[in-house]
Design a protein around this ligand. Structure first.
Ligand SMILES: NC(=O)C1=CN([C@@H]2O[C@H](COP(=O)(O)OP(=O)(O)OC[C@H]3O[C@@H](n4cnc5c(N)ncnc54)[C@H](OP(=O)(O)O)[C@@H]3O)[C@@H](O)[C@H]2O)[C@@H](O)CC1
Ligand SMILES: Nc1ncnc2c1ncn2[C@@H]1O[C@H](COP(=O)(O)OP(=O)(O)OP(=O)(O)O)[C@@H](O)[C@H]1O
Length: 406
């Protein structure tokens, strides 16, 4: 009896291993096919990007009226003149959708996605702390402590080494208590705030201005002073939330700065548009409005957040409609701006070869939008209606791996 049992179980075991072997072989074949496809795509990358031609309208329609606005504003990297690549091409719209429910996925977007992968710095034993990014967040006041925390922790979780928060005195203790990982400076409401932040600027690779900043005059004035100092040093500046309130009042603060990225939600976009174009937004011409606003601000990069994130530098419009969820809890934009702070630095550092001559900030913005939406999707699958921004932040690691490192 025992012998028969043993024989049976050996037989079962053998069958199991045979099945497993077959399964692994099928899996291996699938992976090989996938790698071959990826490799082929990489080879086609240069050609395809040069050949993208989904023209939406004639470029001249969107040219800034003042030609002087178009000069001297395309130096993203030290020796890199992006404008020379694009002056002959019309505005382009590229769209990517990961949604299983949508069918308008366009091949070219795969290329932008690959460019995001290209800019991610390798993890090696040769680097020291700080080299993968030191990011500054300017924001955080008595009312809003969550927003700067979300942005700063997102920057770390995407892969920055150090994340600094410059906030008011009464917000600092609260923000510190959320996370020991953040370096928190209680300086923003001091009379010498600009000087205090300026001391740190040479150590920072990018700054995100606005999450939880509030709209007190003194804080807005200090934010303005910090932007001016960061501009002099050529630091990439992401402007979000109340930082955009400031820009709507005083656009010249950021106008014509080529390393600026603005991340307005629908309301913030309308405010900026009306301030610059003296017209209401035309909801039937979203792309045109975005192009016009970017151009009016001197071709700064704009990420218009919403059901689909629209990204433009006044020359092109990228559309990110990666599947997220229908949950609209606060803080999703903060995750985006913090992530973008890191990716903007990486994209600039990577240089034109890695971004295939594309505007590095478009590549970075596309990466940050895809990542935010993927976090949203994953967190929503786990938490449903109870999902909050903190749940999304917990997903950053897995979402990043899924999108960019597998
Ligand atoms: N936990 C925290 O600490 C968080 C703090 N945060 C911080 O709060 C500060 C203020 O930011 P904010 O976005 O509430 O201000 P603002 O742009 O004036 O919007 C006000 C009004 O605009 C509307 N509205 C907004 N979005 C819209 C849309 N997509 N589409 C259409 N309408 C839209 C909406 O109008 P309603 O629907 O209420 O009539 C809303 O009442 C800022 O510092 C930010 O960082 C947040 O980051 C969240 C997490
Ligand atoms: N209608 C929508 N459908 C799907 N995703 C959306 C929608 N609206 C916003 N999102 C997602 O949320 C992100 C942030 O956009 P949102 O409009 O919430 O910004 P915000 O108001 O600045 O956020 P915050 O609450 O951090 O201030 C977008 O980039 C997008 O990923």
């Amino acid at each position: 009896m025992m012998e028969r049992f043993l024989l049976q179980s050996m037989d079962t075991e053998e069958k199991f291993y045979k099945y497993e072997e077959q399964r692994l072989k099928t899996e291996e074949n699938r992976r090989e096919a996938e790698h071959a496809r990826e490799f082929q795509m990489l080879q086609m990358l240069g050609q395809m990007l040069a050949g993208i031609s989904s023209t939406v309208s004639q470029r001249s329609q969107y040219m800034p009226s003042n030609p002087s606005q178009r000069s001297n504003h395309r130096s993203y990297g030290d020796n890199f003149n992006y404008n020379s690549m694009t002056t002959l091409s019309p505005p382009i719209v590229i769209e990517r959708s990961f949604s299983m429910h949508k069918t308008h996925s366009i091949k070219e977007m795969e290329n932008i996605f690959q460019l995001v992968r290209n800019i991610i710095p390798p993890l090696t034993a040769k680097k020291h702390k700080g080299q993968d990014g030191r990011i500054g967040i300017v924001g955080g006041c008595q009312e809003y402590t969550g927003a700067p925390y979300f942005a700063a922790i997102s920057a770390l979780k995407v892969g920055a080494d150090l994340s600094h928060v410059f906030c008011t005195k009464d917000a600092a203790g609260v923000i510190k208590s959320y996370s020991p990982e953040l370096i928190v400076h209680p300086v923003l409401d001091r009379p010498d705030a600009v000087h205090e932040v300026e001391k740190w600027l040479p150590r920072l690779h990018s700054v995100v201005i606005g999450p939880g900043l509030g709209r007190e005059d003194v804080l807005l004035a200090n934010a303005k002073g910090i932007i001016e100092k960061a501009k002099v040093k050529g630091i990439p500046i992401v402007i979000d939330a109340d930082g955009l309130w400031l820009i709507a009042q005083q656009p010249s603060v950021i106008q014509n700065y080529p390393r600026a990225i603005l991340t307005p939600n629908a309301m913030e976009f309308s405010r900026l548009y009306e301030a610059m174009l003296r017209d209401p937004v035309d909801s039937n011409d979203q792309h045109g409005c975005l192009l016009r606003l970017s151009q009016a601000l001197g071709n700064v990069t704009i990420v218009q957040k919403g059901e689909r994130d629209l990204i433009s530098d006044g020359e092109k419009v990228l559309v990110c409609s990666h599947e997220g969820s229908s949950r609209r809890c606060g803080g999703q934009g903060d995750l985006l701006s913090g992530s973008l702070g890191v990716l903007a630095h990486w994209a600039l550092l990577a240089g034109p070869e890695k971004t295939n001559g594309q505007n590095p900030f478009l590549v970075a913005a596309f990466g940050a939008c895809s990542l935010t939406r993927q976090c949203n999707h994953q967190a929503f699958q786990k938490c449903g209606r109870s999902m909050t921004a903190s749940d999304m932040i917990l997903e950053i690691g897995a979402a990043f791996n899924k999108l960019f490192e597998t």
